[in-house]
Design a binder for this molecule. Structure first.
Ligand SMILES: [Zn+2]
Length: 271
């Protein structure tokens, strides 16, 4: 199975890798796999966060992997309908998610998803829309363009991409006074709701921060049915808030195809 799924990985490489990778972990069959991306494309000169960039070529291979392996990809609004009992959870579900809302998600990832037949979801930072990733220090991570509302609308209308909240300003919620945390959570929900004309059931914590802080998480839970962490793992289904913030699979730019296979079957690629 492993050999047929991974023609690019030779036997020698496999043996060499076996001490490091989690191939020996049992295959996970009862959860939702949530591959998580940031930027798709070639990383710019001077980037120190190269791992956040996945090339178009690898992204396409990964989307094709999902189709080839029989995953049914969901939109956030479909996940919410399943929670409400209006729709059934498919047999092999996956949620493709993107954090932050970069323009390259529209320019590079969206055409690939549309062509391959995979649905995705983007967590937007409301106040950075149509601008740049101002929360990064441009000396270490060059600024890039964020999505425009016109691009968001086009993707929403296509039925290929749905949207969630990633706060107003991408601040560290674990380090903010609670009234500011509340504003980041509720204001972004209301603004997105108005802008997109639909409910916003999903939220992701910037930097994953605050997900495991009781008072912050209580507010996130008050605002959204689903709160997504940045911790590695599989979302059990049925999921309940008391199971903790939803774990995801962080797909790194330097992951190889065997890593991706392990993410999608074991919920973990490396130690
Ligand atoms: Zn983020």
């Amino acid at each position: 199975m492993i050999e047929t799924a991974l023609p690019a990985v030779g036997a020698a490489a496999f043996l060499g890798a076996s001490a490091r990778w989690n191939w020996w972990r049992p295959v996970v069959t009862d959860g939702l796999m949530i591959p998580t991306y940031h930027k798709v494309g070639d990383y710019p000169e001077g980037s120190r966060l190269k791992a956040l960039w996945v090339t178009a070529e690898e992204f396409r291979w990964q989307m094709e992997y999902l189709v080839r392996h029989g995953f049914t990809t969901l939109l956030f609004r479909e996940l919410e309908e399943i929670r409400q009992g209006k729709r059934k959870m498919p047999a092999k579900p996956a949620l493709v998610t993107f954090d932050d809302g970069y323009a390259n998600n529209y320019e590079i990832a969206y055409p690939i998803m549309k062509e391959v037949g995979v649905k995705g979801n983007i967590f937007l930072v409301y106040e950075t829309m149509e601008q740049h990733n101002a929360w990064h220090n441009p000396d270490t991570e060059p600024w890039v363009r964020m999505l425009t509302w016109a691009q968001v609308k086009e993707m929403q209308d296509s039925g290929v991409v749905d949207f969630g909240s990633h706060t107003m300003r991408h601040r560290n919620l674990a380090a903010l006074p609670l009234d500011e945390v509340r504003w980041e959570l509720f204001e972004s929900r209301e603004r997105l709701k108005k802008q997109l004309g639909q409910d916003i059931p999903c939220f992701a914590y910037p930097y994953g921060a605050g997900a495991y802080k009781d008072d912050v998480r209580a507010l996130a839970q008050e605002a959204y049915p689903f709160d997504f962490a940045f911790k590695q793992g599989v979302m059990k289904w049925p999921w309940k808030p008391e199971h903790g913030p939803i774990k995801r699979l962080y797909i790194r730019g330097d992951d190889n195809r065997f890593d991706f296979h392990l993410h999608m079957t074991r919920g973990k690629s490396r130690f």
